[in-house]
Each structure stands twice: as C-alpha cells, then as structure tokens.
Design a protein around this ligand. Structure first.
Ligand code: PAF
Length: 284
C-alpha cells in the first residue's frame, strides 16, 4: 500500500493507472476503521482494479457542540487493517489539502439535510456533501462505496451524484450485525454489557416494524406499535426518532406498498443509551 498525503501526488499516481484503463474504486472514511469499513474495502477489491481509501476527519461536518478534536484517531491500527486488505492507495491529507487557504465554497444539499440526523446535527450533511465532492474531484473514481448503516448519508450522496452529475457509481454495502443483531459501529465500544443487551431493542424493533408493514399495516400503525414495544424492551433508552421514510427523499411515508419487488422505504431509528447515541435502519 502506498500512503499519499498530497493531492498532486495522488492525482499523478491515479492518472497513470487511468491511462491503463484501470477501474478505480474509492472508499472515503474518517478512520477508526472497523469491520464495516473492511467490508467496503473488500467490495472495492472485488469489483475494481485499484482501491483508494481516504482517511480524513472532516471539520466541516462537525457542529459547534460536537467535539471534532475528540474524534478517535487510530491511524496505526487503520493502516495495518488497510495493508491486511491489500488496499493500493491510502490518501491521508492534512486539512490544507482539502480546504486550501481561502476556501469558502459550500453546498446546501436541500430538505434531506434538515430532517432526522440533519435536524439533530444542523449543517452536518452539507459538510459531508462538500468534503465528498472535493474527494470525488481529487480521486475521480469509477465507483465509490458507502455503508447502508448510514442510510441518510447514503441518500445525501446519491442526491449529490444526481444534482452535480458526478460520473461515479455508488454501491452500498449491507449493514453488518453482530451475532445478536446489533449493527456494528465504532460507538459500540462505549457500551457496557448491560447497555449492549438493552440496545438489542433497536434491531428487534426494526424487524418488528418490517413484519407489521409486510403484513399490511400502515406506516403510522407500524410506527406506533414498534415505538411502544421499543419503550417496553428498553426503558433506559431515549428514542430520538423512529420512522418509515422514502429511500430517496427521507420524507416520512404515509403509505407502504408491500407487493413491491425492490425496497422503496427505510425504517430508521436513533436512540441514546447513557452517553452513546446509536442509529440503525432496515430497507423494506
Ligand atoms: O461516513 C464517513 O465516514 C464520513 O461521513 C465521510 C463519508 C467519509 C465524509 O467525511
């Protein structure tokens, strides 16, 4: 693996490979890599000729009350995971490579950025949109890989691709769950054993809501029944939201057609246990 800290050096290296008709796969990350990232990298390795991973903790996606400086930075462990996965290039820029002095442009991605995660973290998705656009322009991949776990971020990226006509295919990797069904997340490391057990109410609720919807209940009824069940199973958790939304717009759905062949909706949940906030979702 070659670690490259500057934009011109990465561009040179990738331009040469592009001239040889190599397909470039890109996995953007903020580091603190876990199994979910590994699966994105594995997909890229299988589907493309050259895999580029970036590690950049992006300041513009952190709000004023979110601690950018405390975001976990585990670069040595990350590098050994990427070497193990036989990644070709690690792009490891400092802030000035992404936002050179005087950088002042921004992107407002629209209504999708101000609901659910966007309502709780104002400005977050606009920060994601600008950094991903800059990274796309630097790497110019054929394909980019994102996790389904961050469903709203995935919808924002797909919208970015449509709105700015980026010639890039987006592939989502399915959420990876532990043996009990809890979605893997870098935040799980903060949970005690008891908290982990109580957090299992999250996947239980998602699969319950899915059953109810597939059996013909309306989104409103499925939402009400699964909220009550969640509160019964997890009395110490605080539910931020639980909803059934359109995959593309992330607006709540008032009806659901259970005869469709491909998923059109996502059941989304965010809940807090102790100081830890967890999100999860299920495509239906
Ligand atoms: O999902 C992440 O790790 C980040 O939001 C991303 C897409 C790398 C942008 O900084």
């Amino acid at each position: 693996m070659r670690t490259i800290p500057t934009t011109p050096d990465l561009r040179n290296a990738l331009d040469n490979l592009r001239k040889q008709d190599k397909r470039i796969g890109f996995v953007p990350t903020m580091g603190a890599l876990h199994e979910g990232h590994r699966s994105l990298v594995k997909m890229s390795k299988q589907q493309t000729d050259v895999t580029v991973v970036s590690i950049f903790v992006n300041p513009t996606q952190f709000g004023p009350n979110e601690d950018f400086s405390r975001y976990p930075r585990t670069i040595e462990a990350d590098e050994s995971i990427l070497i193990d996965e036989e990644v070709d290039f690690l792009f490891l820029p400092e802030v000035d490579q992404i936002y050179p002095a005087g950088h002042s442009s921004s992107i407002h991605i629209g209504p999708i950025s101000s609901v659910f995660e966007g309502a709780i973290r104002p400005g977050h998705f606009d920060g994601v949109a600008i950094v991903v656009s800059i990274l796309f322009n630097i790497v110019q991949p054929n394909v980019a890989f994102f996790g389904q776990k961050d469903a709203q971020q995935l919808a924002v990226i797909r919208k970015l691709i449509r709105d700015f006509a980026f010639p890039i295919d987006i592939i989502a990797s399915p959420t990876i769950r532990d043996e009990n069904g809890l979605a893997l997340s870098s935040r799980n490391r903060y949970l005690s054993e008891n908290e982990k057990n109580e957090a299992l109410a999250i996947p239980t609720m998602l699969f319950l809501a899915k059953d109810l919807l597939m059996n013909g209940q309306s989104p409103a009824d499925a939402k009400m029944a699964s909220t009550l069940e969640f509160q019964r199973l997890a009395p110490n958790m605080k539910l931020d939201y639980l909803d059934i939304v359109d995959n593309e717009t992330f607006q709540p759905k008032s009806s659901f057609d259970n005869r469709q062949n491909s998923p059109s909706a996502t059941i989304i949940i965010a809940a807090r246990i102790g100081a830890t906030r967890l999100i999860d979702n299920l495509l239906i």
